[in-house]
Design a protein around this ligand. Structure first.
Ligand SMILES: [Zn+2]
Length: 170
């Protein structure tokens, strides 16, 4: 789907959804993570969280945001995942060539400002200057959280969007 020919409305998407639903066989599933996996990863369109881990629908709880950062909201999702939804192993997965890991805050603001046509210096984008260092801090933040028990395994991984490989850093 290219930017220049964006269809009006959502009819094309709804039609695709009806196709999807016509062969849908997963009704009645519960929402627990069948494979015991919780993932925090980036919103990047090059990442297919389930597929890249050999998982399927129903296997994992997935939380995404720009840069796979351990925000309060991400922690909230993990606490719920661990206590209510069968998450036993947590994976934090930022990736190579991530916009928030390779641009400065100033540059991101400049680009958004250019697109929006208004000043955005007031808006934080929380860019990451050292992805691996931030990943280490995020892993620590989860491991030391009072509501994440020690029995839960926590790993920090970099995902390479050009090879499809995960590299465990922590
Ligand atoms: Zn990203």
């Amino acid at each position: 789907m290219s930017e220049t020919s964006t269809p009006q409305g959502f009819d094309d998407i709804l039609e695709a959804n009806r196709d999807y639903a016509s062969t849908f066989t997963s009704g009645g599933f519960d929402g627990i993570a069948k494979a015991g996996i919780g993932i925090v990863t980036c919103m990047d369109s090059r990442i297919e969280p389930l597929k890249m881990l050999g998982l399927e629908l129903g296997d994992a709880k997935i939380f995404r945001n720009p840069g796979a950062r351990m925000s309060d909201n991400a922690l909230e999702a993990l606490v719920l995942g661990v206590h209510l939804l069968n998450v036993k192993r947590i994976m934090i997965v930022p990736h190579t060539r991530c916009a928030v890991g390779t641009n400065s805050e100033e540059l991101i603001r400049e680009k958004v400002s250019e697109s929006a046509g208004v000043d955005v210096t007031w808006h934080p984008f929380n860019v990451v200057t050292d992805q691996v260092k931030s990943l280490g801090m995020d892993v620590h933040r989860v491991r030391s959280h009072p509501l994440i028990p020690e029995t839960v395994q926590v790993g920090g991984f970099m995902y390479d969007v050009d090879t499809g490989l995960l590299d465990q850093k922590f």
